[in-house]
Structures are given as C-alpha cells and as structure tokens.
Design a protein around this ligand. Structure first.
Ligand code: PMP
Ligand code: GLN
Length: 381
C-alpha cells in the first residue's frame, strides 16, 4: 500500500523485543527485557480463579471496579498519607504504558513541550511525538544518573506542558529523593505544568530508601498523573494491569481519551487484585526480596570484568565495560548473546542520539540459579 503515513518515522522495533528475540534464537539467558523468571504468588492466582468462578466476565466500569479503586486509595493513604478520592482520581488501566500514553494524549497539543530525562524508558518519546508535541531532553548526570535541576529551570518555556519523571528509574535504578521532589515543587510552583510520574517500581526500592511519590505533595497532587503497574509489583508483567492517579480535573481529561480506547480493563483480574491488595506483606516484602537479588548478581559478577554502577531500585542494575572493551554497546550486547549466551540491554538505546558510555543494563528479577549461570558465562569475556 502506498501513502501510509508514518507517524513515528524515527521508530523501529523496541530494543526489548529485539534482544528477547535474539536471546530466544541463541538460547541465551535473558537478563535483557525486564520480567521475572520466578513464580508469582499462588494466592493471587487463586483469587483470579475465584473471581472467574464468581462470574466476573463482563465489562467492568470504565474507571475500574470500585472495590479495587477503593483498595488502592486505602493503600496510598496508609503508605503515603495522601488522600485520594477513588471515584474521581483513580482509573484502572491495561498496564502503566497505556496509562502514560493516555495521560500524554489527554493533555498534549501540537507544539507543546515535555521535559524528560535521558536515559529514558523507550515508550516516552514516541508517546509525546505521536501527539505532535516536542520532547525536551535533559541528560541525567553520568554515572549516578541524578537530575540536574538547574538545567530543568533553564529548559522551562511558555510551551512547557509537562515534566515526566520516573523513580525508581528504568534503565538505571536511580531513585529520586525528597530533595528532588521539593526542587520539582519549587520550580513548578504557581505554573500549570503537569507532572507525569512513572512510579511502576514504587515497591522495588533498596538500601533503606523510601519511595517519594508525587502524591505525597499536596501542591503536585492536583497537577499530576502518577502511573503504576501491578505487573511489576506482583511478578506478572504479562497481565498488563495498572492504574493512573491524577488530580480530579486532569482525570476527567484522561477518561475522555480512555473511554474511546480501551474503555475498561479486564474485570476478573480487578476483583482478584482488590482482594489481594489486603495482603500488605505481598508488597512490603519486595524491597528485601529484590535487594537480595541485586546483591546476589553483584556478587556473582565480581568474577567478571564488568563494573557495577549504583542501583537503588527497579529490576535493573547497569554495568560498565569501558575498562576492557571499546566496542559500541549495541554490537557488544549482540555479541554477548551470540558468543556467551547472555542477553542484556545496551544503554545507548535509551538515548535519542545513541550516547554510548559502554554500559549494559542487567535485569536481576530472576532466580538465583539464573543469575549465577549468567555470571558463569560472562566470566569468559
Ligand atoms: N514504565 C516503566 C519505567 C517500565 O519499566 C515499565 C515496564 N515495562 C512500564 C512503564 C510499563 O508497565 P506495564 O507493563 O504495566 O505497561
Ligand atoms: N519494561 C520492560 C523493560 O524495561 C519491558 C517492557 C517491554 O518489553 N515493553 O525491560
């Protein structure tokens, strides 16, 4: 067919699909795409079975099943002491990616600017550009990946519609601190700049750090969309279940887009999640569980030539190979799959200009034996 408009001319297939396909082809251990290889909790599976047997098979309310939105509001109150109205401020979505896309689509007009930080999770920029808006990219400092707030101030213009943050961060594992959110608050005080906060790794935070949600800050709460993913929290990334919390006026705009797209989200899983959310231990135990995995991988990697960069959250830790190889990170990552049988993600794929610090992202959300085997293979490099 001729004349199919290319609305995303810069975009090919996502790096996660490319690397997972290669991993499959070469039978490599996949520490590339972020997904756990250990089982999820049987209790949640049983809740799903029960919800199916209870007959929850028809369309849920477009905003979500009330029992679930209420349970989420209760959790936010308990964890972050923030009052969120489940009726007007929470919408259940088919995953966090969808929530972020919907939030951006609800607010962006052609010519608007969105400030975001690189390395950036791969869906953000296409989500902005497909709406005719412009990503304004600010590099995080290397190698600690902190936000240079002075630069953020300089990049704000009358066209700035939103600032997109992500903590704990994918791909680096960097975490925003209270001082960062306070800075964000100060910089945007008295403006209409909307904060889109990707908080899918809220419970995957280590070294005694606390997650700083934008929802905790009253002056940001009305001006934000905070996006979450059950897939990350409950080790079921394939379920594609998430939610968005936003200021009530913003949430009206969000729902206008949502109602003509997905309209509503899987009903029986929502009933199951509403029950399972009562089990606080399921999310409160995550920092401990996942920090052990990060540290286990780091320990195994000592026998290799890779050097860990700091990671305080998420599924990921970055490792530098700058000391022993000058190959570009994409070629190196592909070669490691083919010759050594381990898949990772090259960090340059999270930069528009392909900035290459010779760093690879490793997913440690795996069984210890998987992490051990991967390091055993990598020690031959
Ligand atoms: N944001 C970030 C930073 C992620 O790592 C992911 C997980 N792939 C998502 C959003 C998407 O989450 P979901 O699978 O729920 O769409
Ligand atoms: N978020 C996952 C990662 O960063 C991948 C999700 C996807 O494949 N789109 O690896």
């Amino acid at each position: 067919m001729k004349n199919i408009p290319d609305k995303l001319p810069k975009v090919g297939t996502t790096i996660f699909t490319i690397m997972s396909q290669l991993a499959h082809e070469y039978d490599a251990i996949n520490l590339g795409q972020g997904f756990p290889d250990f089982p999820m909790d049987d209790q949640l599976i049983n809740e799903v079975k029960k919800a199916m047997h209870d007959g929850h098979h028809q369309y849920a309310h477009m905003n979500g099943v009330p029992a679930l939105t209420k349970a989420i509001a209760g959790k936010i109150k308990k964890l972050y002491d923030a009052d969120i109205d489940p009726v007007s401020q929470i919408t259940i979505t088919p995953g966090a990616t969808y929530a972020i896309y919907t939030a951006l689509t609800a607010i962006l007009l052609p010519g608007d600017e969105v400030i975001l930080f690189e390395p950036a999770y791969d869906s953000y920029i296409p989500n902005i550009e497909i709406n005719g808006a412009r990503p304004i990219l600010i590099p995080l400092s290397y190698p600690t990946y902190q936000i240079p707030w002075e630069m953020v101030k300089e990049k704000i213009t009358p066209k700035t519609k939103a600032i997109l943050i992500n903590s704990p961060q994918n791909p680096t594992g960097a975490v925003l601190h209270k001082s960062d959110i306070e800075e964000l608050q100060k910089i945007t005080e008295g403006t209409d700049i909307i904060i889109i906060s990707d908080e899918v790794y809220e419970h995957l935070i280590y070294d005694g750090l606390q997650h700083e949600t934008v929802l905790k800050y009253p002056s940001l709460r009305e001006r934000c969309f905070a996006c979450f993913s059950f897939g990350k929290t409950y080790h079921c990334t394939g379920w594609k279940m998430g939610y968005c919390i936003g200021g009530s006026e913003l949430m009206k705009a969000f729902r206008k887009v949502h109602q003509y797209n997905a309209f509503s989200t899987n009903s029986f899983v929502q009933y199951a999640l509403a029950e399972y959310l009562q089990n606080e231990n399921a999310y409160l135990s995550l920092p401990n569980l996942m920090q052990q995995k990060r540290d286990y991988l780091m320990n195994c990697m000592k026998q290799t030539r890779f050097k860990p960069l700091e990671s305080h959250g998420s599924y990921f830790q970055c490792y530098s190979y700058a000391d022993f190889n000058n190959e570009n990170d994409f070629d190196f990552a592909k070669r490691i799959i083919k010759e050594f049988g381990v898949a990772t993600i090259p960090l340059s794929s999270f930069y528009q200009d392909g900035l290459d610090h010779k760093v690879l992202r490793f997913c440690f959300a795996k069984k210890e034996e998987t992490l051990y085997q991967a390091a055993e293979r990598l020690k031959h490099i």
